[in-house]
Design a binder for this molecule. Sequence first.
Ligand code: PMP
Length: 347
Amino acid sequence: MKDLKDLVRPNVWNLKPYSSARDEFHGDASVFLDANENPWNVPYNRYPDPLQWKLKDRLAVLKGVDRSSIFLGNGSDEAIDLVIRAFCEPGLDSVVTISPSYGMYEVAADVNNVECRKVSLDENFDLDADRVLESADEWTKVIFLCSPNNPSGNSLDRGSIYKILKNYEGIVVIDEAYIDFSAYPSFLKELSGFPNLIVLQTLSKAWGAAFWDIRLGMAFASPEIIGVLNKIKYPYNVNQLTQEKALEFLNDEATMKHQVNEILTERNRLEKILSEPPFSYQVYPSDANFLLVNVGKADAMYNGLVKKGIVVRNRSNVQKCRGCLRITIGTPKENDSLLNAMKNMKL
Ligand code: PMP
């Protein structure tokens, strides 16, 4: 890996971050007159912990990483945006990502006027490490990978991911939003071996917390990289309601695991039914909580389902996904409604 100093934008490397009242005082006190808060309306009057240490301490245990290796944000979308802002000089630097994949890497790059180079996955949505490496040049600061990948659902080939980690001198982000549904282990355990690695995870999927007051995304990386992200984040980027509710969820891992198992059972059931007669659709192998299904007349099927009050994601216009719907696995009852509606659909 290049020196971190040579990868981070010079203005970011040199900037002195804003220091909030809650950054400057740590410890016990009974009278807080330091942050220009309203003294009433307790406890909503107080600013939250800017570095969310209580939550990070729990996550450190749960994920087996040091708390200094954790960044928390308003969804992992915040981390995606911050990574681009930390490392990429607008109008000069670039990022490389795969296609098809999660759309926010490109959107965040576009917002920041950073070129996004997209490397196509093959017809099985597999990754060609050499093509990814060849697309990166000296101005490329970040490679975004997503595994299990959205919208294809498959885990990317681990050998190819290692090849990129070993041979690329810049930052490699592995977005593991769907890792809790995967049969493969997380790349979190590789953090100590690869100082250029950033792993993204989220509470929005397996943990069932995408709701507006519990937006929590996680980035795991070396303490030095986490330090850079902390420097440029908004001071109070994760509100107290989220911090408390997230802690509640994280203290009940059993429920999450139970729900994930149910989802996996349902995923297998749907995969089997949709790939056999009378459907006989091409269903792509999934390591996530959704299935990419080639239904042929995707627009007509999508519109027909909407008329019956069932919304899936039409991915037919996405590269290599012609004819495909992305179907999130619901409850058994919801999945049955979907199957019935699809079976009776006149296209
Ligand atoms: N990464 C991937 C691959 C996703 O599919 C999503 C959400 N669709 C996200 C990140 C964003 O998740 P969050 O809710 O944590 O912002």
